[in-house]
Design a protein. Structure first.
Lengths: 259, 206
């Protein structure tokens, strides 16, 4: 009656249109070429890709638009670009260049109407709101929204914010645990399940993946609709195909690699 | 070696370039155009679309492309509606207060039932009703496609395939020269490109 296929999403950091922080496939020519890396993940069975633009200044962002165009010409799976999107016009440039979705974070917290504007203009399906959350006893759910890459407290309750962004038109939530990000200790399951249960749009779990079991737990225990990871894929520890096999072995439905 | 010419109807909305790149990759001489002469000269016409039904049908009508599209459908040349472009070919949609469509297919576009997340934003596997249709040439039994939609077509006897999401949702329909699919073949990897190639082949043969 319903197939719920969990998406596996490698995440790539980009700066000035190049993938940074290293992606070490043994046999590629150029570890910074977003097209080459995207094609490789596509071959492995990645369901989508997320590119996070870490560029500090907006002057560098035109190269990100060029990157979106280059990826869209060669790679025929959906991809999202996030980082530094502040206006409808920022979103338009990326979408017109070929990105399927844009992800907004700090700018949405500063001015929530931006979510409504992007959703109205381009549809909820391309409006991803990224939420960075950290444990905090000062909020009702125990999770507080942070901005600026996890450095700035907002005092906002993460569950309440998730409900609000959906009300404003977010089509998907990219949920990152700042407690777990970079730790390889696994997703923050209480956070992931609190958000998954609170809203009716898809939730991408992010932050902390160190093993394939962690990916499975994000779904079976956290209720996520998609799982995002960076380092376990980038350094050849695991392929996306292996991640999907682990999911299938655990009884989680995925699009099999190569299909 | 001569490539069939495809016209993608450019009604100024959303990202139509993905469809352009996809058909280019699939071997067509493809252009994004709102010029009636270009569209009439093409061997096949594509009506893409993303976002919401209302703004899309309004934009199509404001440019007079609704009549051009209907004329091309009637001419018998291969015509392909994708995602919202498929929905526009129906009689109307209940999205956002209701809108009238082009009426090539006489049913309505209705909201995906409650009980599942909306939009359906995932890959889903085609359940063939007419596996022998040319849209599916070269695809196996396990053809996964990328779906992003909150509304879907009412069922009918022109349905080629469905997908399971809160029930059997219409994934693809066809009648005579008109093909349409709810999923995004241009974003569905190798299988999706195969569908675009199948349409290019139909345009070439026409």
């Amino acid at each position: 009656m319903t197939i719920r296929a969990i998406r596996v999403i490698p995440c790539l950091d980009v700066d000035e249109g190049r993938v940074v922080k290293g992606v070490n496939f043994v046999d590629i020519r150029d570890a910074g070429d977003p097209v080459e890396l995207a094609a490789r993940y596509d071959e492995q069975g990645a369901d989508e890709l997320v590119f996070l633009d870490i560029a500090a200044s907006s002057g560098e962002r035109n190269t990100t638009v060029e990157m979106a165009r280059a990826v869209a010409e060669q790679v025929f799976i959906p991809f999202t670009i996030g980082g530094g999107i502040r206006t409808v016009d920022d979103a338009r440039k990326l979408l017109m260049a070929g990105a399927d979705k844009v992800s907004i974070n700090t700018a949405a917290v500063k001015r929530p109407e931006l979510i409504r504007e992007i959703s109205r203009e381009f549809g909820a399906q391309c409006c991803v709101v990224a939420i960075d959350a950290r444990s905090s006893p000062d909020t009702a759910s125990g999770f507080e929204v942070f901005t600026h890459g996890g450095r700035t407290r907002t005092g906002v309750d993460t569950v309440e914010w998730a409900k609000e962004v959906v009300r404003l038109g977010a089509g998907e939530i990219l949920l990152t645990s700042m407690n777990r990000d970079g730790t390889k200790d696994g997703f923050d399951i209480p956070l992931t399940s609190a958000i998954s249960e609170a809203i009716n749009v898809s939730v991408i779990a992010s932050g902390g993946v160190g093993t394939l079991d962690h990916l499975v737990e994000g779904v079976t225990d956290g209720g996520a609709d998609a799982v995002l990871a960076a380092s376990i894929f980038h350094f050849g520890e695991h392929t996306v195909a292996e991640a999907k096999e682990a999911m299938q072995d655990a009884g989680v439905t995925v699009r099999p690699s190569g299909r | 070696m001569n490539q069939p010419r495809l016209a993608i109807l450019d009604y100024g909305i959303g990202n139509l370039h993905s469809a352009l790149k996809g058909f280019d990759h699939a071997g067509a001489d493809v252009r994004l155009t709102a010029e009636a002469a270009d569209i009439e000269a093409a061997d096949g016409v594509v009506l893409p679309g993303v976002g919401a039904f209302g703004p899309c049908i309004d934009a199509l009508r404001n440019r007079g492309l609704d009549e051009v599209a209907l004329e091309r459908v009637a001419s018998g040349i291969p015509f392909f509606g994708i995602c919202i472009g498929m929905q526009l070919l129906f009689g109307g949609s209940e999205e956002a207060g209701g809108h009238t469509g082009l009426g090539v297919f006489d049913r309505r576009i209705v909201r995906i039932p409650d009980g599942v997340k909306r939009p359906q934003m995932q890959w889903n596997v085609l359940e063939y009703i007419d596996a022998g249709h040319r849209m599916f040439t070269g695809l196996g039994d396990d053809a996964w496609m990328y779906f992003v939609h909150s509304y879907s077509a009412e069922p009918g006897d022109d349905v080629l395939a469905t997908c399971a999401y809160g029930g059997d949702l219409v994934a693809a329909v066809a009648r005579d020269n008109v093909w349409a699919c709810q999923f995004h073949p241009e974003k569905s990897g190798r299988n999706g490109i195969r569908i675009l190639e199948n349409f290019v082949a139909a345009a070439k043969a026409a």
